[in-house]
Design a protein around this ligand. Structure first.
Ligand code: NAD
Length: 498
């Protein structure tokens, strides 16, 4: 069986404390294995990154950008292979994998602008013959830890900009679907990146713990579930590292009585069930304002869901594929069971889908649950599956209070024709990314991505302008070149300009 290894100093290594099965979620079979790195292998990756840092730091930004330009071209040329690797291990349908990759490539395009982004701030004559400027220097070795659900895009949120800024990087992808991530690193080498600047280690908690505690790792970017995000943030901080840790989500869409219901249903369909609901921006709760809106939404959504096609990634006519593991399928089904036991109505039941030819696959069909209430387990927790829950309220304020009271604050959306209501909503809602008639308000690469509340631990958001700040440290230099004629005597009070 093929063993997926690590990428250290430009070479594949299969050093393993143990191996772990990697499943094809559509067939339910373990088709590959991944090497789980021992502590020494992670330390070796950090040492290689540290050794590569002095030369890479001093490489002119325009030359670093040229590597990114070539990387972007290679990503485009190899798109089919990347999407296939994603499909084999994640189960995502090819059109969805292509969308993920495109969003990742846009982050590489943004990193190509690094000479402009790294320009500092300059002030002349801050005092007599004194100039001052701020510049942004790389941190050194930085680490990234990424989740299974976007094995290409989320790593591309991190390492292109970190590397373009002059850092060296150690990436720990999800051990559940590591091949596409590993392939990205090989393409970056082909694009001209010197060995050691990007290293990939596959592993579990023990690999992550090395990255969180090693003195040579200066910053950690994490994306994954909230309990692990919180652990990563606290541990990295306790070891003096800069950290941004993006966590889980429960994204609500408010459906107002005046909404274009056909449009709302069509948008919700993709946003709730696309990628089997395994997106941190998936809309998993629709909050209908008023009985008429609730009734219309449920009737039209039930009808629209008849056309949903669930199946293997190999058939691009499918709308979505399986969930990631058998264990995760059981967890998603468990939430549907809970909702039913707690009094919600299962309108469309995806618990036992029949997928011809894939009876052992980890499939859950699209599921619609009505009359969900905030006390239900399925409402409080992140399901991360193809399940849309409908909560009914009477006013927009009630809907907003519900969203604000939830522990997560990643994304949200309002469907309405009323500009004033939309403006009030976007101004006041306690959520980091807001859509107005846009169901998945994922910021483009030249903005930054991040939720509020327990969806993000840290100050700076991922990618975009925030990532330039995250992956650099500011240094401010104040300079004077005295000449004999104007030399001043010693000053003992705080220098000021009057
Ligand atoms: P996860 O938290 O299980 O794993 C994320 C990473 O952490 C993986 O690399 C994993 O190996 C590592 N990890 C797992 N357990 C660990 C432990 N005990 N100690 C240290 N490291 C550990 O998340 P997942 O299941 O891979 O991904 C799905 C989750 O990620 C969902 O909650 C989803 O909402 C979230 N997510 C968030 C965003 C965002 O931008 N906010 C984006 C994508 C996914």
């Amino acid at each position: 069986m093929n063993t997926i290894g690590h990428f250290i100093n430009g070479e594949i290594s299969t050093a393993a404390a143990r191996t772990q099965d990697v499943f094809n979620p559509a067939t339910g079979q373990a088709e590959k294995q991944v090497a789980i790195a021992p502590v020494e292998t992670v330390e070796q990756a950090i040492a290689c990154a540290q050794a590569a840092f002095p030369a890479w730091r001093n490489t002119p930004p325009i030359k670093r950008a040229r590597v990114m330009f070539r990387f972007k071209e290679l990503l485009e040329q190899n798109a089919d292979k990347i999407c296939q690797l994603i499909g084999e291990e994640h189960g995502k349908i090819s059109h969805d994998a292509a969308g993920e990759l495109q969003r990742g490539i846009e982050n590489v395009e943004y990193a190509c602008g690094v000479p402009e982004l790294l320009k500092g701030e300059h002030s002349k004559n801050v005092g007599p013959n004194i100039d001052s400027w701020s510049e942004f220097q790389p941190l050194g070795v930085v680490a990234g830890i990424t989740p299974f659900n976007f094995p290409a895009m989320v790593p591309l949120w991190m390492f292109p900009m970190a590397i373009a800024c002059g850092n060296c990087f150690v990436l720990k992808p999800s051990e559940r679907d590591p091949s596409s991530t590993l392939f990205l690193a090989q393409l970056l080498k082909e694009a001209g990146l010197p060995d050691g600047v990007l290293n990939v280690v596959n592993g579990d908690k023990s690999a992550v713990d090395v990255l969180l505690t090693h003195q040579d790792v200066k910053a950690v970017s994490f994306v994954g579930s909230t309990p692990i995000a919180e652990y990563v943030y606290q541990t990295a901080n306790a070891h003096g590292k800069r950290c941004q840790a993006l966590g889980g989500a429960k994204n609500h869409a408010i459906v107002m009585p005046d909404a274009d219901m056909d449009n709302a249903v069509s948008q919700l369909l993709g946003a709730a069930f696309g990628s089997s609901g395994e997106r941190c921006m998936a809309l998993s709760v629709a909050v209908a304002v008023g009985d008429a809106a609730g009734d219309a939404l449920v009737v039209k959504m039930k009808e629209a869901m008849k056309d949903l096609k669930v199946g293997a990634y190999t058939d691009s006519n499918n709308d979505f594929g399986p969930v990631i593991t058998g264990q995760h399928r059981d967890k998603v089904v468990g939430y549907i069971n809970h909702a039913q036991e707690q009094g919600a109505s299962i309108v469309v039941d995806g618990r036992n889908p029949e997928i011809e030819g894939y009876s052992d696959g980890f499939f859950v069909g699209g599921t619609l649950i009505d009359n969900v209430t905030p006390d239900m387990v399925s409402y409080k927790e992140e399901i991360f599956g193809p399940v849309l829950q409908v909560v009914r309220v009477q006013t927009m304020q009630e809907a907003m209070d519900l969203i604000d009271a939830h522990e997560y604050g990643n994304g949200t959306c309002i469907f309405t024709r009323d500009g004033e209501a939309a403006r009030y909503f976007s101004d006041h809602i306690q959520v980091g990314m807001v859509g107005i008639n846009v169901p998945l308000p994922v910021p483009v690469a030249y903005h930054s991505f991040g939720g509020w509340k327990r969806s993000l631990f840290g100050d700076l958001h991922a990618y975009g302008p925030d990532s330039v700040r995250f992956y650099t440290k500011r240094k401010t230099i104040t300079q004077r070149w005295p000449s004999a004629g104007i030399r001043e005597g010693a000053q003992f009070s705080m220098p000021t300009m009057k």
